[in-house]
Every structure is written in C-alpha cells, then in structure tokens.
Design a protein around this ligand. Structure first.
Ligand code: FUC
Length: 936
C-alpha cells in the first residue's frame, strides 16, 4: 500500500498534469503570424478589443472600442406611419403582397439619417463634381498621379489610400490599339461601376451610366488611333463600395463581335481623388467602426521557432521566437479591471528590446501627438457622425532609452518594455454624447503608472477567471490535438478530434466574456472586433436571430453575468420602442423590428419585404424570462424583466387582429424573417407571442400582481393561430400552406417553437415530426449562424448524430480556396457567415450544451442528444433552469456519475434514459448520483 505522502504526491502530480493538459488543450496556436484579419487572435475586456497579428518585424494590433459608431442620437421613427397600417393590412388580406410592400416601403419604414436634406445636397454636390473639371483640364495631366490596380472587386476601399473613400475619383488608362484594328468598331467594357461613371476616350466624351450595373461603350471606327489611346473615367460613388467592382475579364477593349481579340484594361491605372467629401448618405442604421491600429516595428532579424497563441484559461495571447541566440516573447491582454490593453515585450538577454511603436487609423480625420515623455495620443473623429475617439499609448521600460515624438514611441536597448493602450469616445448613452474621451484616457493611464506589469496582469487574470473557471469540459483527446489550430481545422473532417470540439465550446465562452462584460455594451454582429469602416451589415445588432443567438450560451454555460449588457440594451430599446409602437401601430408598450444599433433605433428598416417584422421585443423578452428561470432572481424579474415583458405583451394585445378567414388572432403585417416577403400571420411570430404571453402570465403569478392582465392574456393566448401541419407533412412557415419543399433558405424561423421556444417538444410528437420534416426539406447547409441554429434544433429533437453532423459543418474550414469562403471557421476559429459573424460561435457553443443537457421542460434531461461521436466526457458547471449547476461524466455513451448543486433549493427532477427521479433540495447543497440516478 502506498504511504499517505506518496499518495499525496501522486494526487498532486496528477493534478499538475491535469492542469497542464487543460491549459495546453485550451490554446489556439500557430506556427506563423497572421496573414489576414481572420487569422489574427482576438482579445477583449468587453469594451476594448484587439486583433493580434503577431508579425516578427512588424506586429499589428488592430483595435476597437465598443462605442465608436457612425451617426448620432436621432429619431428613427417615421411620424404618422400608423395611417398606413390598416391599408397595408387590407392589401395583405386581399393577397396583394406587392402592393402592400410598395405602400409600406413608401410610408411605413423608419427614417434614414439626413433623409430630408440629402436629395437637395446630393444634387448640388454632383453638379459641382461634374462641372469642376473635364479631361482636357490642366489638372487632368496624369504624369504625377498615383497608381491603383483595377478592377477592385471588393470596392476601391480595399486599396491603400482608398480606405473609407466615398466621392468623385478620376481614373486614366493608356492602352495601345494594334494596326489590325483600324476601321473596326470597338467596345470598351468597364464592368460594374459604383455608382456613376462619365467616360472619355482621347478627350471625346463617350457616355455616362448610373447605378451599379455593367458598362459597355461602343466606339465608332473613326474615333480610334492606332497606337496610344487615353481612356479617362470619372467615377462618382455616394456610399459603400466604390469604383470598378467586377472581375478582370470585364475590364477590356475589343473589336465589336470579337471578344477573343480583347485587350485587357485590367492592371495599373492612374488616379486622382477629386473630392472625398460627398454629403453623408442617408442610412437606416449606423455602422460600428474600427478605432485604430497599433504597429510595433522591430529591426529585421532571421528568426526560428516562431509561435503565436491565445490561452483561453487566462485570456492572454503570446508570440515567441528566437533570433541570434536570444528568445523573444510578447504577451498581450485586454484588462477589464484596469481598462487598458497591455503588450509586454521581453527577451532572455538584457538590452535586446528595440522597436518603434506607432498609432494610425483608417479614419481620415485623425492625428497623433506627444502627451509626455512616455505617452503618445491619437485623436479621431468619425466621418459621418458625432463621435470622437481618443487613445493613449503609454510605455514603461526597464533599461534602455525611450523617446516619444508626435508620431511614435521609440524604445532602444531595453531589457523589457510594456505598452498600455487606452481608448474612449464621447458616447455616454444613446441620447448623450457629452463624454470626454481625453479625460478618460488620462485617468486610466494615471491609474496604472504606479502599478507593476505583474500586478496588472494578475488582476486581469483573476477577474477573467471569475467567469471562465465556472465551467469545464473534457470530451477526450484525438490524435490531432497537439497540432496547430489551422492544421487541426483542416484535419477535423478526416479524423475525430473531440478536444477540438471542447476547445470550440470554451472559445465561445471566451468570446462572450471578452465582448460582453458587465458594464459594457452587448456583443454586436462581430462581437467587439471589426476592422472595416463599412463592415458587413454594419456590424450592428440584428434582432431577427443574431443578437439573441449571441446570448444563447450565457445562462447554460455559467456566464449569466455576461448577459448584463444584453439586459441594458433591452432597457434602452423598451424606451425607444415605445415611440415606434405609437407612431407605426398606435399601440401601447414597445416594439422592435429586425435591426438596431448604438442609437437604439427600433423602427422598421431596409426593405418592407423583410424589415417589417414585429417580434424583436418579444424575442428579447424571452431571454429576460430565461434569466429568471436560471437564476431565480425575483428582484430582476420584478424591476426589469416583467415591466419590459408586460410592455411587449401590451403591444401585441393591441396589434393582433382576427383573421377574417380562419378566425384566429394573427400578427399582420409581418414577415417570416427574410423569407417570403410581407405577410399576414407568419408562424414564427405566433410562436414568439405565445411564449411571451405564457411567460407574462407565469411572471405575474410569481410576483402576485396584474391578475386581470394575466387573465386577458390567457384568453388571447388561446385565440392565436396555432402551429399547423401542411400538405407535405411539414410544419407550415406561414398561415397558408405554401411551403416549397425544395427551398433551402438559411432562416428556419418556424423552428423557433422547437428552439429556443417550447411550443413544440418531444411531448407534441406530431408537431415535432412535422418540424423534423421541414428541417429535412431545408437541408443541412447554411450560413454560420444557420448551421449553429440547426445544431440546437436537432438537439431539441433528441437527434444527437444529426446535431453532431451540423456541428462538424460549423467547424469546417471557411477558407476553401484562394479568396473564396463558406460557412465554417476561419483560422482564428471566428465563425464565417461568411464573412465573419460571431453569432455562429455563440450558437455553436450553446448547441453543444443542448446536446448534453436540456431543462426547458419539467425535468433536467441528461445527455438528451449525445452523439455516437462523443462517447465519453466530463462536464462541470453546466447550468439548468431552476437554479441547478451540474457536474457529470459519461462513458461508452452512458451516464457514469452526476452531482447537482442547488442554488435556489427547488425540487429537482432529473431524467435520464427513461428514468425520472425527483429530489427535494436545499439551497447551497450538492447531491450526488450514480449511473442509474440513484442518490449517493
Ligand atoms: C440577417 C441574416 C443574414 C445576416 C444578417 C446580419 O439578416 O439573414 O444572413 O446574418 O442578419
């Protein structure tokens, strides 16, 4: 028998090995620096986010501050829109969808920014642009112009010097016409141009076209010169992508009827930016903005042993390599306690740290300046909006020399150096922009100057661990577990890599902790990370799936506190949404349509065929109620959740109308998200409204208030159009049985009742079967978030293998061939819609949880959708409704043991493999069970 001491050593060593194994397996790592943004590693403290490229001679940290957006406080709701509500409803009830959409587009959508002034300003500006120069002007001599490679398929913004440019730009191209073309009529093909072109050949005007379609100009034979020809194109771009935006093939000149003889015009052109200050383009929503870029420039060196990683256990990123017998290391993190981003540079020999650090920004309107002998500042202003930003970059070094100029900080021969970066804006809240970013930065740097790096790092780690360490998961280890992350992604399809799945699950938690900390704003479409002035979908908050999905993992994966920013945005939206309820619907309470932003617009936006979707507020309220179910926080229910739930319900009490055909209460006008146009009575709405009414009734009962209101809701509840099974055995997406079985649209909105709702469960087998049929018709492909949603839905259907199949699709490589992308993961494990959208990361993590534990019904179901591919595992800290935290293990696909901790002292009903047990629990106590749910 082992002595106590040696047993202790064995246990201790086992613990160390375990801890080491856990920390190794919780890393994303690479053998090379990031080439592109989706290779870079994200860090964040909920407010300041960084993307670390980790280059050797030039490191690049692109960074964001959560409140830097375009736009400003304004009214988003169109006054008097309500006049058109009944006419729109009437057209829909007469099956005149196109007419209803046209009427709604004209009178019912929200207000764009500058909507009233733009038309006149734009006409004035365009006429100024057109009259300023012609190609014969002295200004048009292109000898000293800069060059650009055309076409730019992704818009000229992707070219250096063109970042964020909207406006008027002249382009000139010289090309040679061969003698053989003499006497032929030519075609000049310019491809697609955004938005207006005016084109001249050898000084002769040959035409103009508006819009973003293709351009072809016919040149009569007598206008040609054999030899050098000069093509001049003035391009006017109002907003978003600019320039020549089709592929190289379409940019050419050829004799009419003989494209095979084409001369390519693709390649180098000369350009001159005539004016990049057009009137601000009217927008329904604002865009989240990148803040700036920190560059660290090091002396050139031959290096070996490069490694870059992100350690999820302590939210620190690292770069290390060797050069000239010296090991260099960099460490990066974004601290919530100290509100700074830190970059710490060390070498294992003294005096080896030499570099220049500089700040620059994509915002045209930015300057840098010296603050003091250790601090550089950057100030910026967004182009179309009221927000200003300030960053301080402060350095502390040991040994060596530091010098600060207005442009950079240089460090020479130091033993180590640490940079601290702050960022702030004048945003205070959605109607107050009186903040002082300079004062914030100054204060934050003053607060860290007397602290040690070790102290700041320790505070960061312990703060982060408060969240991260509440949960752990181990699904076993495959043969690829020790490979770099980018290689692992590629191998994942070929051989099982269960620890890659647990890494992905924990990465979802990491991203939520990093982008949504109490006190910060909620995670947007890209969480906290965005490097583009015109990001996809504005990197805003889309509410017909995306914002909600961001918070799916929060409760179940033991990060309830990370939902606080979500609750805060709901508080704001309940106020702004009240205006929209009144102006568009003459209704009490509040309403939210399918998008919002920093300024909390709630009106319908974009096109009427999908922008008029009325269930945003109700869906957000579902998550308020869920928070109560998980935490039992009655104070939250009473003071925050219930008033907002009640407001959302009051809206629908007013809004629902009796369908003349069926007699049911229906939601009209609305939309099944982004599918099928403006309609009366989409299934999803009815599922969400039922859920809202049910939860309000339950909440009123719990709080012992509002009995009359709850009774009124009960009556309405029973009159709402029910889920219906259609002619193909499918769950109908609409009131009419018109689903198309070949339709593979990414939104699976009518599955809301399966997940996240509970209208359809395994206890309603016929509806569940119909839902399954619809899922089969819809297919297994989709955008990132669509695939993530399907993981959750198949899990709720108790089909673990199908849920797992979806998970493998979510984890497939997003970069398929050069330049092309598909739904999956990028090298940094960001989810690809494509492009990057973070909801898939969060939905995927939640989906895996849903496979292992469900508690939406009257029992906690253990391993309800365990796939064959994950036969063993160990999970600690997963949460169930009713205030329970569970740790359990399974082996050979069977539960092995279980421990339940009761936070609230409620009765706990457990369900596993057909067996159900009830136990009375006491608050703060744990209960252990064996594989047969026998209490130990
Ligand atoms: C919804 C989706 C799109 C995208 C956008 C941000 O509109 O339909 O796929 O995710 O949000």
């Amino acid at each position: 028998m082992k002595s106590r001491k040696s047993l202790f050593i064995v246990i201790f060593m086992f613990g160390v090995v375990q801890a080491f194994a856990q920390s190794q397996s919780m890393k994303l790592w690479y053998k090379q620096p990031a080439q592109k943004w989706t290779d870079a590693l994200p860090i964040g403290n909920g407010r300041i986010g960084g993307m670390i490229y980790g280059g050797v001679t030039e490191d690049h940290i692109q960074y964001n501050e959560q409140t830097l957006w375009t736009g400003g406080p304004r009214d988003y709701t169109r006054k008097g829109a309500v006049k058109y509500l009944e006419p729109i409803r009437k057209l829909l009830s007469e099956s005149k969808q196109a007419e209803a959409e046209a009427l709604a587009q004209q009178h019912f959508m929200g207000m764009k920014s500058n909507e009233l002034s733009y038309a006149a300003d734009s006409v004035k500006w365009v006429s100024m642009m057109l009259s300023m120069y012609g190609p014969q002007d002295e200004m048009m001599r292109d000898d000293s112009w800069k060059t650009i490679t055309l076409p730019t398929e992704q818009g000229w913004e992707a070219q250096p010097g063109f970042e964020g440019v909207d406006g008027a730009v002249w382009f000139i191209k010289h090309f040679n016409i061969p003698a053989g073309w003499k006497g032929k009529t030519l075609v000049i093909s310019l491809g697609r141009i955004r938005d207006i072109d005016r084109t001249w050949l050898n000084g002769d005007y040959i035409g103009t076209t508006s819009g973003n379609g293709y351009r072809k100009y016919i040149i009569p034979a007598d206008k040609l010169f054999v030899g050098d020809n000069k093509l001049a194109v003035q391009v006017i771009n109002f907003y978003d992508k600019g320039g020549f935006t089709s592929n190289t093939k379409t940019l050419s000149v050829y004799p009419e009827g003989d494209e095979t003889d084409a001369i390519s015009l693709a390649g180098q052109w000369k350009y001159f930016i005539q004016d990049d200050n057009p009137p601000a383009y009217p927008r329904y929503n604002a865009d989240y903005q990148p803040f700036a870029d920190l560059y660290l420039k090091f002396p050139k060196q031959e290096i070996t042993g490069y490694k870059r990683d992100l350690d999820l256990t302590n939210a620190t990123a690292h770069v290390s390599y060797k050069a000239d017998g010296v090991t260099y290391a960099r460490e990066y993190f974004s601290s919530a306690p100290d509100q700074v981003m830190a970059v710490h540079l060390t070498a294992d020999k003294p005096g080896k740290i030499t570099l220049k650090a500089l700040l620059n920004s994509l915002h045209k309107n930015y300057v840098t300046r010296k603050v003091d002998d250790h601090t550089l500042a950057l100030s910026l202003k967004v182009k179309d909006g009221v927000l200003r930003g300030v960053s301080y970059l402060h350095v502390q070094s040991i040994g060596g020399k530091v010098a600060v100029s207005p442009k950079n900080i240089s460090v020479k021969g130091a033993n180590e150096a640490t940079f601290y970066l702050t960022a702030a804006t004048n945003f205070k809240n959605y109607h107050d922009v009186s903040g002082n970013p300079e004062a914030i930065c100054k204060k934050q740097i003053a607060a860290i100057v007397h602290q040690s790096y070790a102290g700041i790092k320790a505070a960061h780690i312990s703060d982060y661990k408060k969240y991260f360490d509440t949960f752990s998961v181990d699904l076993g280890k495959g043969e690829n577990a020790d490979l770099p992350t980018d290689e692992r992604i590629l191998k994942f399809v070929q051989s099982p890599d269960p620890s890659f799945i647990s890494l992905y699950m924990q990465y979802g938690r990491y991203l939520l902790i990093s982008s949504s900390r109490p006190g910060s704003g909620p995670a947007n479409l890209q969480g906290l990370w965005n490097n583009l002035l015109t990001p996809p979908w504005g990197s805003k908050f889309t509410t017909n799936i995306n914002l909600e999905m961001n918070y799916w993992p929060a409760e179940v994966l033991n990060l309830s506190a990370c939902s606080q920013p979500f609750f805060s945005i709901v508080d704001d939206l309940a106020k702004t949404g009240h205006e929209t309820a009144l102006e568009n619907y003459g209704a009490p309470g509040w309403v939210l349509h399918h998008n919002t932003d920093l300024w909390r617009g709630t009106a319908p936006v974009n096109a009427s065929n999908h922008g008029i979707w009325v269930s945003g507020a109700a869906w957000l309220c579902h998550q308020l109620w869920e928070h109560y179910l998980y935490t039992g926080d009655k104070d939250f229910l009473q003071k925050r959740a219930y008033p907002e739930m009640k407001g959302a319900a009051e809206f629908f009490v007013h809004f629902l109308v009796k369908d003349p055909k069926t007699g049911y209460l229906i939601s009209t006008p609305s939309n099944s998200p982004e599918h099928g146009g403006l309609v009366a009575g989409p299934t999803m709405d009815h599922q969400i409204i039922r859920d809202l009414f049910k939860n309000c009734i339950e909440a009123a009962k719990t709080l012992n208030i509002d009995k009359a209101f709850a009774d009124a809701l009960k009556l309405k509840y029973s009159q709402i159009a029910p889920n219906k099974i259609g002619k193909h055995g499918q769950l109908q997406e609409w009131l009419d049985d018109k689903d198309d079985t070949t339709d593979t649209h990414r939104h699976v909105s009518h599955m809301w009742g399966v997940y996240p709702g509970t209208d359809i469960t395994v206890k309603t087998p016929e509806l569940m079967k119909a839902a399954e049929q619809s899922m089969k018709y819809r297919g297994d492909e989709g955008t990132g978030w669509s695939i993530a949603w399907k993981v959750n839905i198949w899990a709720r259907m108790h089909q673990g293998d199908h849920a797992y199949l979806m998970l493998t699709k979510l984890l497939s490589p997003a970069d398929v061939s050069s330049g092309k992308e598909k739904g999956g993961v990028y090298h940094n494990l960001f989810d690809a819609h494509p492009p990057f959208q973070i909801d898939g990361n969060f939905g995927g993590a939640a989906g895996l949880a849903e496979m292992l534990l469900q508690s939406q019904g009257d029992a906690i179901e253990l391993l309800p959708a365990l796939p064959r591919a994950l036969p063993q595992g160990n999970i600690k800290g997963i949460c169930a409704r009713g205030g329970f935290v569970l740790d359990f293990e399974w082996q050979n696909g069977r539960l092995k043991n279980l421990q339940v901790y009761s936070k609230l002292g409620k009765i706990c009903r457990l369900n596993y493999a057909g067996r159900t047990v009830d136990i009375e629990t006491q608050k703060g106590k744990s209960y252990r069970f064996d594989a047969d749910l026998k209490q130990l």
